[in-house]
Design a protein around this ligand. Structure first.
Ligand code: FES
Ligand code: FES
Length: 193
């Protein structure tokens, strides 16, 4: 069968700064930012769930703002600064979690992940949210995560983790107890699960 008549796919060089490092790849014009990060740059911490902008699993920070990377073409972010979950904090060779970002420590402290699939999107979303509002109320914490879906429905502990992350951001040595407790209402993310 001949390929005559088929238009070759257009490819373009894309260069960005990801987690503080210049990265580039040549990709099809239709490559999404999420696929660019995962498949071209090997940063598989960014997860892809719905691919329709609904679940928030693919959230990364684009010039500091949270965006759904499944809805953005990689070529459209040429030259931008992107932070993925891999750029939030680090564990050193001894496994010492002290170098984790506050929000990562908070998720550990509050048992805020189950399967963990949604976690990268929550971590990036909450990181940006706490920059806007460093000391949220329970209700504001719920609003902060209102655009992210957790199929394990772990919202109660995720809300607690938002409050704990705020606490750790203000004081990295803040003791775990007492820590703010979310409401007893189990419908912590607004009844979407
Ligand atoms: S994978 Fe992007 S919002 Fe669900
Ligand atoms: S922890 Fe499993 S989807 Fe959220």
């Amino acid at each position: 069968m001949s390929d005559a008549g088929e238009t070759p796919e257009q490819v373009l060089a894309v260069g960005v700064v990801v987690n503080g490092h210049h990265r580039s790849a040549t990709v099809p014009a239709r490559r999404t930012l999420s696929d660019f990060l995962r498949h071209d740059l090997g940063l598989t911490g960014t997860h892809v769930g719905c691919e329709h902008g609904v679940c928030g699993a693919c959230t990364v920070l684009l010039d500091g703002d949270p965006v759904r990377s499944c809805l953005i073409f990689a070529v459209s972010v040429q030259g931008a600064a992107i932070t993925t979950v891999e750029g939030l904090g680090q564990i050193d060779e001894s496994g010492d979690p002290a170098s984790l970002a506050p929000v990562q420590r908070a998720f550990r402290d509050c048992h805020a992940l189950q399967c963990g699939f949604c976690t990268p999107g929550f971590l990036t979303t909450i990181s940006a949210g706490l920059r806007e509002n460093p000391s949220p109320t329970v209700e504001q914490a719920r609003e902060m995560i209102g655009g992210n879906l957790c199929r394990c429905t772990g919202y109660q502990n995720i809300v607690a983790a938002v409050l704990r992350a705020a606490e750790l951001t203000a004081d990295p040595d803040a003791p775990l107890d007492p820590h703010p407790e979310p409401d007893t209402d189990t419908d912590a993310a607004g009844g979407r699960h």
